[in-house]
Design a protein around this ligand. Structure first.
Ligand code: UGA
Length: 456
């Protein structure tokens, strides 16, 4: 099928590339000329595992086109995915102005009927408004647009894999024809008719459930899922605080909890809290949505509150370990909001660096992928070549993102390089017993401090 993607951020680029990979003809448009120029020159502006390889392959095959002209993308396509950003407004609500702009573009540029699919995370009723807007803007052209909601559940860092092997495909429709068209789009995934580039030696072959719902339910499913994930993380973080006070180990507690299939093991990792461009803004928008609907969903506000205090709690631990933070040489490992991405939007690691700077620390940092982005955002920080340079003469080393490569570092070399072998692990990445055996003073989140001076 000929499919247009409007908006080439994480979601749009992965969607367009993967749709081309499974056999469709995708054409991508973004209104940022700089991004478009990069894409036209076959350069992928974000880091996401497997994305570049698939992007280039499908460009070569001619199945993935990029255009600087919205009209070309819109006219070429039978179905149009809207993948533009819905950033938070001051009051926490989602800013839908980009969706409105795209609706106007589609309505005025289309040369016939189209299926318009919301992929961006939007509040309930956006589909209705979108349909109305398309009608209003297209009044003179007289085209008929169908609207559907098809929320994306991909996670940064595993986005390609999540797209090709989704846990579920949700389509919110109000017409049979839209359902059929979406089934066609996803047929290669439903029938597993593609060569998996991720799991080369055998990948999950079960067809994902294809759930057909109303448009409103589909819109709600996305917000409800992300908010629930946020709740789980905040639960683990509150539990970690309690464990610290009571001498228990949050890792032991959550491991046992997670074995109950009703709870499940995922998203119970305590640490610096959730960041990124999805969870924090989606929880906020969901809270606002509930307020406007007259429903008291203060449970979610609590989750936000717990999340906000994680970095502060960590800074407090640093202060107790160092006594005075001002003028101390502090190394920070990790800037991305989570591993396997270069995304630093709403990253707890970046917030931590800023807090340390406010306290007067001398901060040096390293991240395997996020340095170029961070260099544009952080002033007065020393950007290092690797973790060893960060550790050199540092009085404390902090783990702010749980990149697996940090666990595999030569920790003896790090110990010898530091002026004081003090590690504060904000992501519970390292093994406390081993770290202490190596001679580190080691502190983490919700785990006993061992023989170290208690920080709790
Ligand atoms: C999230 C959802 O997981 C996806 O399902 C959803 O499609 C996506 O938002 C979206 O709305 O587009 P993502 O933002 O890529 O995906 O990141 P997550 O893997 O959810 O992690 C979010 C944050 O929570 C990270 O900062 C991570 O470090 C933190 N986290 C995660 C924890 O602190 N503890 C955990 O146990 C899990």
């Amino acid at each position: 099928m000929r499919i247009a993607i409007i908006g080439c951020g994480y979601v749009g680029l992965v969607t367009g590339t993967c749709l081309a990979e499974v056999g469709h003809e995708a054409i991508c448009f973004d209104n940022d000329p700089e991004k478009t120029q990069l894409l036209l020159a076959d350069r992928v502006p974000i880091y996401e595992p497997h994305l570049e390889e698939l992007f280039l392959r499908n460009r070569r095959r001619g199945r993935l086109r990029v255009t600087a002209t919205a009209g070309e993308a819109i006219r070429t396509a039978e179905a149009i995915f809207i993948c533009v950003g819905t950033p938070p407004l001051e009051n926490g609500e989602a800013d839908l102005s980009a969706i409105d702009r795209v609706a106007r573009l589609i309505a005025t540029e289309a040369d016939g009927p189209k299926l318009v699919i919301e992929k961006s995370t939007v509040p309930v009723r956006t589909g209705l408004e979108l349909k109305r807007a398309l009608g209003v803007y297209a009044r003179t052209a007289g085209h008929r647009f169908r609207v559907a909601s098809n929320p994306e559940f991909l996670r940064e860092g595993t986005a390609v894999e999540d797209f090709l092997h989704p846990d579920r495909i949700v389509v919110g429709v109000d017409e049979e024809a839209s359902e059929q068209q979406l089934r066609e789009i996803y047929r290669p995934l439903l029938e597993h008719r593609f060569q998996c580039p991720v799991h080369r030696d055998g990948c999950p072959s079960d067809a994902p459930p294809f759930l057909v719902t109303t448009i409103a339910s589909a819109e709600l499913i996305k917000h409800a899922s992300n908010s629930f994930l946020a709740l789980k993380i905040s639960y683990a973080n509150a539990l970690a605080e309690l464990c610290e006070r009571l001498g228990a180990d949050v890792e032991e507690v959550t491991r046992a909890m997670g074995l109950d299939p009703r709870i499940g093991p995922q998203f119970l990792r305590a640490g610096l809290g959730f960041g990124g461009f999805c969870l924090p803004k989606d929880v906020q928008a969901f809270v606002r949505l509930a307020e406007r609907a007259g429903v008291d969903f203060s449970l979610l506000r609590e989750a936000e509150k717990i999340n906000r205090r994680q970095v502060e709690r960590f800074v407090e631990k640093i202060r107790r370990a160092l006594w005075v933070i001002r003028d101390k040489q502090i190394g920070v490992l990790g800037l991305a909001f989570k591993p396997r991405t270069d995304d630093i939007r709403f990253s707890p690691a970046v917030e931590l660096v800023r807090r340390l700077q406010q306290e007067g620390a001398q901060v040096r940092v390293f991240d395997p992928k996020a340095m170029p982005r961070a260099e544009k955002m952080l002033d007065g920080v020393r950007f290092c070549r690797d973790a060893y340079e960060v550790a050199d003469q540092a009085e404390a080393l902090l783990i702010a993102t749980d990149w697996p490569e940090f666990a595999a570092l030569d920790w003896e070399r790090i110990r010898d390089a530091m002026s004081r072998p003090l590690v504060l692990d904000g992501r519970n990445l390292l093994d406390p017993v081993r770290m202490r055996e190596l001679g580190f003073e080691y502190f983490s989140m919700g785990r006993p401090s061992g023989d170290c001076w208690p920080l709790n």
